[in-house]
Design a binder for this molecule. Sequence first.
Ligand code: SF4
Length: 317
Amino acid sequence: MSEPSRLRLGVSACLLGQTVRYDGGHKRDSFVADVLAAHFELVPTCPEVAIGLGVPRAPIRLVQTAAGVRVRGVRDGSLDVTDALDGEAARVHRARPDLCGYVLKKNSPSCGMERVKTYTEAGMPHGRAAGAFAAGLIARAPLLPAEEEGRLNDPALRENFIERVFAYARWQALTAGEIAGAALIDFHSRHKYQLLAHNQAAYRRLGPLVAQAGRRPTRALIDDYGRQFMAALARPASVGNHVNVLQHLAGYLKDVLDGGDKAELQAAIDDYHQRRAPRLVPVTLLRHHLRRAPQPWAAAQTYLNPDPRQLLLLNHP
Ligand code: SF4
């Protein structure tokens, strides 16, 4: 059987070891360059090189001006590449609608997503802002999962990013062409428990939203749903919420399992709750039992059926 095609992630080129930094160096990140590269097709871009700044080049920084944050030369304040970097973000957005996520280099005046140092026009430290390329990309593709390489060292943020990448790929596949309201209802139905794990308020909001299918223009409904769906997943799921979802799903089996199987399942959920076992243990047990129980709706939940590549990544130490 042929391997399913790999999802594509955009990535700041220096994170792959490409020597594109202003000083001719790189910022190779082993999780990005080794682990993500093994599971995704990575699409590297160095926006500063792409706009013609060359390597090596004079350093640039974010400057707070009366007209907003600008990207200017550190030594030559007349150099202003803000619009060029925003134009490169527009080009990438147009050229790569197939991207399912983006990994950006932190602290860069071009690629940093947030909290990049800004300076006054006199060169004094001022505050924090997003890099110009990252800001332009996120403004044009607000649903695209984006994360900085530094934050991917946090296991919860890493899991959340990977989960959003696969969810976004499913959303893109659903919305690639004309879709009927029934397809949106089916999508929502399969993601209910995944939503519940992330954000109970969004879970309660999105049900009535989907119920508007047929009573509201489909495109407007889909745009509204997509925005709220991806925003809901952006909040990392807590252990408590996961336990709540696992118990809900176990409830579908209460009349099906014998006493021994029930006790085993509850012990697995409790072990996960007490951090003695990974979530994969109760999830695997639930999948096993729900496959044999007459509960196709529960068995079809994306919560129980992550992409195998997602599982491989989540189990990576
Ligand atoms: S942070 Fe972005 S602009 Fe800077 S070297 Fe890396 S890819 Fe290029």
